[in-house]
Design a binder for this molecule. Sequence first.
Ligand code: AMP
Length: 215
Amino acid sequence: MSKPHILILGAPGAGKGTQSKHIVETFGVEHVTTGDALRANKDMDISDMDTEYDTPREYMDRGELVPDAVVNAIVEEALSSADGYVLDGYPRNLEQAEELSEMTDLDVILSLDVDTEELVDRLTGRRVCTECGTNFHVKYSQPEEEGVCDECGGELHQRDDDTEETVRERLRVFEENTQPVIDFYEGRDEFASIDGEQAPDDVWADVKAAIESRT
Ligand code: AMP
C-alpha cells in the first residue's frame, strides 16, 4: 500500500512540528515543511518573481507570508519526490489550498486547536536546537543544561520571529489567512480536529488514532 498523504494544520506554536516528527517515525513518511525550507533559504534572491521584498527573510522577520509563487514552487518540488508525506506550514491561505488540490490528493487532514494566549506563551518561550531542531521551552520543557540540547548537545536559540511583537503579528496573519483554510477543509471525511492543549503524548495518541482510522 502506498504511504499516506497527511496535512497538518494549526496556528504557529500549536505543535505541528512535534507531532510531525512522531508521524514521520511511525508512518515512515517525509516531513515537508515550508517554514524549515524557507529558513534554510532566507536570503535567496526572489526579486525576479516581482515581489515586494527581495528575500524571504524580509517577510519572515515581519511575521508576514512569503509570496505564494515562492512557496508553491517549494511544495510542488518536495511533493513530487515524496512517497507519502506530512505537509506542515502549507497551505496558509485559500489560494495555496487551491494550488495544493491541483498538485496532490489528501488522505488525512489534521487541525491542532490551541487558544491564542497559550500560543503566545508557547512561542515567546520556545528555544530551538540549531543542530537537530528539537524544541524546548524556558518554563515548560527546560533542557538539563541551560542553552544546550538534551538530544544532540547542540546550541539552543530563539527564532528571529519568536519575539512577542512578531508572534502577535503571525497569529493575526493566521486568523486572517489560514483560519479560512481550516474552515474550507472542515466537514470532509479526511478532516479531524484535535485538542492541541493536552499534554504532547495525549495529543500524539489522538493524532495517531485519527490517522489510523482514515488510512
Ligand atoms: P513557520 O515555521 O511555519 O511558522 O513559518 C515561519 C515563516 O515562514 C512564516 O511566518 C512565513 O513568513 C513563512 N512561511 C512558512 N510557510 C509559509 C506559507 N505556506 N506561505 C507563506 N509564508 C510561509
